[in-house]
Design a protein around this ligand. Structure first.
Ligand code: GLA
Length: 699
């Protein structure tokens, strides 16, 4: 890992790649290369400042590192602003650079400036040892003595080498159907993925993944994932001369930011890389997130098996009911008991109570202590649900402070799920939200918070701000700050980020929360697709997954199948344990015990997606970590054709090592070479079959 500067050319050398930029004859920073390594002395800047016609400019065609709007530029840009004299164009030229060391990593800062206006832009590139991931971000500094209004502030602009069209992968999801992969070939124009909803949303995700002829093992894959959970925008474009670019950052929709004299705005980071194959991308990002992104306190610890009462009791929680569930959960091997919605204020359903974060005395006459004492005496930790950013109009909080919800006096506030969004850009609201949760954490032995967010924003009046259009940014920042403060004040606290399922599951959330809830859809068949999408770029351990009673009539599936799917993330239990018979409870015990034996492999291991479901009618996911390898096989076959035999060749093992495992009821020991080159035949019988095979390296 090195960073080199030679005559205005900057070379970032990661484990296997080069990322190269250079200052052109106009003093602008051009992008030169991203891909395989070359001889570092060969790089040169080839910029021709000629105009092609009266309709195209050289700047518009150039590969730029961070193109602002200014001059004859007509494509998506990284930066826009309005200066005090009403000039709305920015011209950036190279000023300086710095290379610093930060805790073992090297950071390159390239400083660009718009001289007449004393505006500076710093582009940062951070390189860690032994990885091909580069962390990129930008910071804008107002060195003048007047106010500058920023419009668009991307975290980065990216250029891709091939003139042929790239395939862009993102999601096309919704509530109960998040992370469903969608591929689009970008031949021309601009493909935009964005959220305008306040959170990063269920539909698309804040990243770009651009590939050519790629599968799990091979083919060029370029990617960049934004660590931001608010409104974002990813613009992938291909121009008329075949150059593909991506601009990624917080969304400029209804956004602007007042940058006062002497102030700096730092845009969120993008984690980017170039690899061969989607599998490599997933694993690089998984390892990197565990090492550098997830909150340090629990990043490297396996997450506990939790029980969540939501699907068992819905809003109908009571001390006795939860205690009964807790007794069974503990007996099954659950380590953390989480009580979901319904415990506070006058919450009977979703029409009332949000904002009143004190215990409902009808449901818990003696407070939560008897329940928490029970849970902890059973050897489990206790967790509690909050939806801190929200308020029901039918709540004490709203009656006391109607002005705390975003609103316009002249408009009727839209109620989604009968709730409104609190104006978290107000310091008094931030302090109130923090105190409510802090008070509960001070009073009770709570080790875990599920932080939910169940509606998107509307009527976002924020007249408390000098510039109300900053609210989209400031709200998300406030969420992060409150979560960080709670964690700092209560060491040992884990926080799960939820937003009606996976509406805020991104690397921004995962920089502050320990895990995310991926979807309210707990049907295991749907979940296979949801989980596969999530695993594309997000870390396995951060994905909470529940085994529940969901068992849809037309395609019933057994407990083995449900556990098989759910054990591929952070295993959780979410069904109504009170209804289970002895056999069902035994199955739960068996799988929870098995999960504890393999969870380090699943949560930290390298994932190999051995099959392509569309072609092979089987999900075959293998996780390898240390001396263990775990293979999960699942079919979703709905026909009775005679093709239920699968040959599975493993990956990522040591060729010369021997692995012990069970095959057709017998113990077998075979070499890694055999397992990876010859493979094993599995007959999966009729539809919705599943198997879990554990391979232990014996020498
Ligand atoms: C959201 C969450 C669920 C549950 C409910 C409670 O829908 O995604 O898991 O917590 O809210 O109201």
């Amino acid at each position: 890992m090195i960073i080199l500067e030679r005559d205005g050319i900057f070379i970032l050398e990661t484990e296997n790649t080069h990322y190269v930029m250079g200052v052109n004859c106009q003093g602008e920073l051009n992008h030169l290369h991203w891909g395989k390594k070359c001889n570092i002395d060969d790089y040169f800047v080839n910029y021709k400042p000629w105009e092609r016609s009266s309709n195209h400019s050289a700047r518009d065609f150039a590969k730029t590192e961070y193109l602002p709007y200014g001059g004859a530029v007509y494509r998506p840009v990284a930066l826009t602003c309005t200066y005090p004299d009403k000039c709305r164009e920015v011209m950036l030229t190279y000023k300086d650079f710095n290379i610093t060391e930060d805790d073992g990593a090297f950071v390159l800062e390239i400083i660009l400036e718009d001289k007449p206006y004393k505006l500076e832009v710093s582009l940062f590139y951070k390189l860690q040892e032994n990885t091909d991931i580069i962390e990129r971000w930008s910071a804008i500094r107002n060195c003048s003595d007047s106010l500058v209004t920023l419009g668009k502030i991307a975290s980065g602009e990216f250029n891709f080498p091939s003139k042929r069209p790239y395939t862009s992968t993102n999601f096309n999801g919704t509530w109960l159907a998040e992370f469903r992969k969608e591929e689009t070939v970008v031949k021309n124009g601009v493909l935009t993925y964005e959220s305008r909803k306040g959170g990063s949303d269920h539909t698309v995700s804040p990243f770009f993944v651009l590939s050519q002829n790629a599968d799990e093992q091979q083919g060029d894959v370029f990617f960049g994932a934004l660590a931001w959970s608010g409104n974002f925008k990813v613009e992938v474009s291909r121009d008329c001369v075949g150059v593909t670019r991506a601009v990624i950052g917080i969304n400029d929709f209804d956004f602007s930011y007042n940058l006062h004299a002497g102030e700096e705005f730092t845009a969120p980071s993008v984690y980017c890389g170039y690899v061969q194959g989607f599998g490599k991308m997933s694993n690089l990002m998984n390892d990197y997130a565990v090492e550098y992104i997830l909150p340090k306190s629990f990043a490297k610890e396996p997450l506990p098996v939790l029980y969540n009462s939501w699907e068992a009791t819905w809003f109908d929680v009571s001390c006795e009911g939860q205690q009964k569930l807790a007794e069974i959960a503990a007996d099954l091997g659950v380590e953390l008991f989480v009580m979901d919605d319904g415990w506070f204020g006058s919450r009977k359903d979703d029409h009332a109570g949000l904002g009143d974060w004190y215990v409902n005395k009808e449901k818990f006459p003696e407070g939560l202590k008897p329940l928490i004492d029970k849970v902890t005496s059973l050897g489990m930790k206790f967790g509690l649900w909050f939806e801190p950013e929200m308020v029901n109009p039918d709540s004490d909080l709203y009656r006391a402070h109607p002005e705390w919800a975003y609103h316009y006096d002249t408009r009727t506030s839209t109620r989604l799920r009968d709730q409104l969004v609190l104006n978290l850009t107000r310091e008094d609201v931030q302090q109130h939200v923090f105190s409510c949760m802090d008070d509960m954490l001070n009073e009770y032995d709570i080790s875990y918070i599920k932080w939910d967010m169940n509606r998107c924003y509307s009527e976002t009046g924020a007249e408390n701000l000098e510039n109300p259009q900053e609210l989209w940014y400031r709200h998300t920042k406030a969420v992060y700050e409150i979560a960080d403060r709670l964690k700092a004040k209560h060491p040992g606290l884990q926080i799960e980020c939820c937003a009606s399922g996976g509406g805020r599951a991104d690397l921004g959330a995962l920089s502050h929360f320990d895990m995310v809830w991926t979807s309210d859809d707990t049907d295991p068949i749907d979940r296979l697709e949801i989980q596969e999408g999530f695993s594309l770029i997000y870390p396995t351990k951060s994905m909470r997954a529940w085994v529940t009673d969901t068992n849809r009539g037309s395609r019933p599936n057994d407990w083995d199948f449900r556990f098989n799917v759910t054990m591929q993330g952070s295993l959780s239990i979410g069904g109504n344990l009170l209804k289970y018979d002895e056999r069902e409870l035994e199955i739960h015990k068996k799988y929870i015990a098995l999960y504890k034996e393999i969870r380090e492999t699943v949560q930290f291991g390298a994932l190999h997606r051995l099959a392509n479901f569309a072609q092979d009618s089987i999900y075959a996911n293998e996780y390898v970590y240390g001396n263990q390898c775990v293979l999960f096989l699942c079919t979703d076959v709905t026909t009775f054709f005679n093709d239920k035999f699968y040959r599975i060749t493993l990956a990522g093992l040591e060729e010369d090592a021997l692995y012990k495992f069970e095959y057709e009821g017998e113990e077998k020991v075979l070499s890694g070479a055999y397992l990876m080159n010859v493979g094993l035949d599995y007959e999966m019988g009729s539809s919705l079959q599943s198997k879990i095979i554990v391979f232990e390296k014996v020498q």
